[in-house]
Design a protein around this ligand. Structure first.
Ligand code: NAG
Ligand code: NAG
Ligand code: NAG
Ligand code: NAG
Ligand code: NAG
Ligand code: NAG
Ligand code: NAG
Ligand code: NAG
Ligand code: NAG
Length: 467
């Protein structure tokens, strides 16, 4: 009944024991709770991409993805196919300590979470182990408002399905949908469940000119195209989504000209920006306001974990404002091109003004290549028809970075009229050292030297404090 595809057990063989669930709802084809014995979990092969800086082409690597639901606590045992020199379970902030005995790795998960198990420092042939609680509100079949896709492979004519107002597309555990899902001028509609979308032809989910859309619990493996595109939509929730991509422009979630967006509990590993927040582009028009991204893990094999500001409307300028980014683990960032670095980038172009941004509890692990932070009011002629208007009122609290691969960080206003104003870092910690204006330092040094960060003359009211 398992609807897995491709080669299983790449690098690792996985066995799982789960505490019995209270409800009889663990009808996953991948895994069943028994309460007594070890259960094996099918793994999916996932292509991942590393850019070849000589040719610009992708070097394709393969990793594994495992998904299961449980209630209380599970023990996990893996057998690695080679000898185990080191094991890292990430995000490191979860502090999950494995026990290694020969080629067997065991650990306990005290609640469902999304983790990466990395053996011998190999960042490609890893196991992305994703989990959730069982869906106690799962529908059981089709009805006037529900399209229910049970275990097995599904696709719709033309490679896409439109979900209309009031409808829910439910992907049960073990369901594999090979079509793109489109919400167009829809309201109060959803795609949810515990199933997978596998190689949808033109990206995963598109929500355009819609409102009250819910995307919840599913896993999307798409080689190219965005995992989720949100265009000119209001009141959208994206929760517990897992998304992978491996081709150029394979962004995770792109938000254009939208208001009231809540993104939480997601795990994204993408071959371009994990999350991009813009105003106008293509046929999406208007400002972007009130976006929250929280409790999530991001791994950008290319470009930025979080990128804000590039696209807008030079003729009728827009704003991107009231953004909250909270409790995030950045697992990786690798971008050889200087213009596209920054685990968090605020890069307004096209007369965009980016303002009222709060970043709170942002933990960055030792990424491969890039910058911790890049704020630049820019005129990138590849994408923009005018420079951005500015960046104003940004608070970055509890940003922690441990690592040695960050290039010089950058805070650059465009000119006196298009500046960066009022950026405040609270409790910035780099490799265990707090960086703040009154720290012990030669009086003529700038605080930013201790990040280190280059801030130009068009940056005003930059402060570093402890709270
Ligand atoms: C799960 O399976 C059990 C036993 O086969 C069945 O009674 C129950 O209704 C199923 N639950 C769901 C949510 O499908
Ligand atoms: C990267 O590209 C160069 C130039 O095309 C090629 O010689 C090299 O083999 C490539 N490296 C990998 C690992 O694919
Ligand atoms: C529900 O309807 C869709 C088509 O609209 C079909 O593909 C699917 O198999 C149906 N589900 C069940 C459980 O019959
Ligand atoms: C979905 O809706 C769009 C916009 O109305 C339309 O162009 C497209 O043909 C529809 N696709 C399907 C599969 O019904
Ligand atoms: C902001 O969006 C959230 C949903 O993420 C919503 O609950 C809240 O009411 C919105 N706030 C305002 C001021 O509209
Ligand atoms: C969304 O609606 C607006 C009108 O409100 C229209 O200008 C725009 O073209 C629509 N976007 C798409 C993608 O159809
Ligand atoms: C600055 O932005 C925060 C949101 O991060 C907002 O609560 C606050 O009101 C803004 N301050 C000013 C002076 O606009
Ligand atoms: C950074 O290192 C400190 C001290 O070793 C540790 O407590 C913290 O969890 C680490 N943070 C990250 C994001 O790796
Ligand atoms: C902002 O910075 C300017 C100088 O760059 C200074 O004159 C002004 O007092 C500062 N404002 C506040 C509120 O700190």
């Amino acid at each position: 009944m398992a609807a897995h595809l491709g080669i299983l057990y790449r690098g690792v063989v996985l066995l799982i024991w789960a505490a019995a669930c209270a409800a009889q709802s663990l009808n996953s084809s991948l895994f069943r709770s028994s309460g007594t014995s070890w259960k094996s979990l099918d793994l999916w092969e996932v292509p991942l991409s590393e850019v070849n800086t000589s040719s610009g082409k992708s070097i394709v690597h393969y990793g594994s993805v495992g998904y299961f639901d449980f209630c209380d606590q599970v023990e996990v045992a893996l057998t690695y196919t080679g000898s185990v020199e080191s094991v890292s379970i990430r995000p490191l902030s979860y502090d999950i300590k494995p026990t290694v005995s020969g080629s067997e790795i065991t650990f306990t998960l005290s609640k469902p979470r999304n983790i990466v198990i990395e053996v011998n420092g190999d960042i490609w042939d890893v196991l992305h182990l994703l989990s959730n609680t069982p869906d106690l509100e799962a529908p059981t079949g089709n009805s006037s408002s529900v399209i229910y896709l049970g275990p097995g492979s599904h696709s719709f004519p033309g490679g896409s399905i439109n979900i209309t107002s009031g409808q829910t597309l439910y992907l049960a555990a073990g369901a594999v949908l090979r079509s793109t899902v489109h919400f167009y001028e829809a309201h109060d509609a959803a795609i949810r469940g515990r199933g997978f979308m596998y190689q949808p032809p033109t990206g995963g989910i598109l929500a355009e000119n819609s409102s009250n859309i819910l995307i919840d619990g599913i896993t999307i493996l798409t080689p190219g195209g965005y995992v989720v595109t949100l265009g000119q939509s209001k009141d959208t929730t994206i929760r517990n989504l897992h998304g992978f991509s491996s081709k150029g422009n394979g962004d995770g979630i792109d938000v254009f000209s939208s208001e009231n967006v809540l993104i939480e509990g997601i795990f994204m590993r993408n071959s371009d920006d994990n999350i991009a927040i813009y105003a106008h582009r293509w046929n999406y028009w208007g400002s972007t306001r009130n976006v929250t991204v929280q409790d999530s893990s991001l791994w950008a094999d290319l470009a930025h974990p979080i990128n804000i500001g590039t696209h807008g409307n030079s003729i009728d300028p827009e704003v991107i404002e009231h953004l909250t980014i909270r409790n995030i683990d950045v697992l990786d960032h690798r971008e050889p091109q200087t213009l596209y670095q920054g685990t968090i980038a605020l890069n307004p172009g096209d007369d965009n003004l980016v303002q009222h941004v709060l970043v709170d509890d942002f933990r960055v692990e030792d990424f491969r290549q890039g910058q911790l932070i890049n704020m630049r009011v820019m005129y990138n002629e590849k994408y923009n028809t005018s420079p951005g208007r500015g960046i104003h009122n940004v608070t970055i609290r509890n940003l922690v970075y441990n690592g040695s691969h960050s290039n010089m960080n950058v805070l650059v206003g465009y000119n006196e009229e298009r500046p960066i104003t009022f950026v405040k870092f609270i409790n910035l910690k780099v490799n265990g050292k707090l960086v703040y204006d009154t720290m012990p330092k030669p009086t003529w040094y700038m605080t930013s030297d201790f990040v280190p960060m280059y801030a130009n003359e068009h940056v005003k009211n930059l402060t570093f404090v402890l709270e």
